[in-house]
Design a binder for this molecule. Structure first.
Ligand code: NAD
Ligand code: UGA
Length: 469
């Protein structure tokens, strides 16, 4: 977060000599940010998207979405002729040695992976390959369930191009591990690079492209690369749901889950990261990826017991915040509840699978009015909820959302929310704070006359005694 800002300020453009031509299909987080990573290392990168407004924005030197430090780097790379964007996939593929598929793989209505964009982009790449003689490597970077590269991408490209994989063109699977809000770190200084390859020639070529990146590199087969991505995301999601389950038990026993996880995380076999209890995980990846893997498991005749439990716990977790507010206010009918944070986490305007939505839906169901504020996520959240019947108003600042509110729910951890004090909460009609991410000091706030509840919070002694009476 703040680290990401300072890191990007320190970035100087590398004096690369344009070693490779690369096409990134999809101008989303993965296509643009990893494209920026390749361009930063001196390659010439063309980002391809079907959406003209995204393409125009990039060519003007800006990012189509908010990500700390990205605008600045896109601007420098576009002006330095290392990065450009286009809707002309044919030409981009024609000019490229490496073609990365970075299109979305969203969740279908039944929870399985939706491969529509993968199929159509593979077909378009195949059509574009028809007119070329050069050997090119097609790299699947999108998150795709095991066997998709072999069973969906390769046949689609072969059919459209009339060429043979492994002979006329190379094929790799190279999962992306960046996290939004800190995406440049993932692109410029990844903690590992996984190269799944159809054959040695493809794998060697991609390893060569990654030569300037200094981190552990793992060569595996295509399916292992696909599975490493799902196992990684599912394990991180499991850590979160585990912490949330422990948090709910902790609350009942007057134990602070953050103290517990501080102790648990000191075991080097566990490590302290991703043990923060709260209103659950959102975002464009954990919910859909855990669900896609569970679905793929069932298709293969395996019962995904842990994955299902991870999702179930996560689906319930946002309602803990609503239960906590009800515990204090009793009836929520007509009450004004400030919602601090709409994006799925801080430092992004991404609202996909945000926990704010189930919270606001539940509050609406109970007759409350949500007064929402987020530093960056409001336009996307408004678009997401257009046409939905929600009791929602928007505020221009956290303090405006708090004015006259009966309670506040903290849904994400933007740094400006961490700075809120008892004085700010005293602007409310009744100063009640439900800390869905445990970013505030509950004991100090309660001492200052604010009623504080948090996910997995032990409560202060007086509160517990009052509760026990
Ligand atoms: P996104 O939805 O932000 O962007 C995808 C882009 O692809 C869109 O701009 C869309 O217009 C474009 N597109 C779709 N079909 C196209 C086509 N045929 N030709 C050209 N462009 C096309 O997606 P994202 O968040 O960047 O994720 C992409 C993939 O990477 C997904 O599989 C995701 O799971 C995975 N992933 C995402 C992240 C992340 O932080 N967002 C991290 C790691 C992996
Ligand atoms: C996640 C992974 O961290 C990336 O490595 C991966 O590449 C990416 O998914 C992906 O495949 O797209 P991201 O979704 O951007 O990245 O963000 P995270 O920081 O992982 O947070 C995901 C959600 O988990 C957020 O809602 C966050 O609030 C929640 N979270 C995270 C917790 O509730 N507790 C924690 O301890 C950590």
């Amino acid at each position: 977060m703040d680290d990401a800002h300072s890191r990007t300020r320190r970035i100087n453009l590398s004096k690369g000599n344009g070693k490779h031509n690369i096409a990134m299909i999809g101008a989303g987080y993965v296509g643009l940010v990893s494209g920026v990573g390749f361009a930063y290392h001196g390659n010439r990168v063309t980002i391809v998207d079907v959406l003209e407004d995204k393409v125009e924005k990039i060519n003007k030197g800006a990012s189509p979405f908010y990500e700390p430090g990205l605008d600045d780097l896109v601007n420098k790379l576009v002006n330095g002729n290392k990065l450009r964007a286009t809707t002309d996939l044919d030409k981009a593929v024609h000019d490229a040695e490496f073609i990365f598929i970075c299109v979305g793989t969203p969740m279908s209505d039944d929870g399985a992976i939706n491969l529509d964009y993968i199929r159509s982009s593979a077909r378009s790449i195949g059509n574009a390959l028809k007119g070329t003689k050069d050997y090119k490597v097609i790299v699947a970077k999108s998150t795709i369930v095991p066997s998709t590269t072999e069973k969906v991408i390769v046949p689609a490209v072969e059919k459209a191009s009339g060429k043979i994989a492994g002979r006329d063109f190379g094929v790799c699977m190279n999962p992306e591990f960046l996290a939004e809000g800190d995406a440049l770190k993932g692109a410029l200084e990844p903690d590992r690079i996984v190269i799944g390859a159809l054959d040695n020639k493809s794998g060697d070529a991609l390893e060569g492209l990654y030569a300037p990146f200094k981190c552990p590199k793992l060569r595996v087969d295509l399916r292992a690369a696909e599975m490493i991505k799902y196992a990684s995301n599912s394990f991180l999601a499991t850590k979160i749901s585990f912490s949330n389950e422990v948090a709910n038990i902790c609350e009942k026993y007057g134990v602070d889950v953050y103290q517990v996880m501080d102790g648990v995380g000191l075991d080097f076999r566990i490590n302290p990261r991703f043990l923060r209890a709260g209103v659950g995980f959102g975002g464009s990846c954990f919910p859909k990826d855990v669900s896609a893997l569970a679905h793929a498991a069932e298709d293969a005749g395996v019962t995904p017991a842990i994955l299902k439990a991870v999702l179930e716990i996560n689906d319930r977790q946002p309602y803990r915040a609503v239960e906590l507010v009800e515990g204090v206010l009793r009836s929520l009918k007509g009450k004004r509840i400030a919602i601090l944070g709409l994006s799925f986490k801080p430092d992004t305007d991404d609202i996909r699978f945000t926990r704010a939505l189930p919270i606001i839906e539940a509050l609406t169901g109970k007759g409350a009015i949500s007064v929402a504020y987020d530093p960056k996520g409001m336009p996307n959240f408004k678009a997401l909820t257009k046409g939905k019947k929600l009791n929602i108003e928007y505020a221009n600042s956290a303090r405006e959302a708090l004015d006259g509110a009966d309670a506040a729910i903290i849904q994400n951890e933007w740094s400006e929310f961490k700075k809120l004090t008892a004085m700010d909460f005293k602007r409310m009609r009744t100063p009640v704070v439900i800390d869905g991410r445990r970013i505030l000091d509950g004991i100090s706030l309660e001492k200052a006359g604010v009623t504080y509840r948090g996910i997995g919070w032990k409560g202060n002694k007086e509160t517990i005694l009052k509760r026990l009476k």
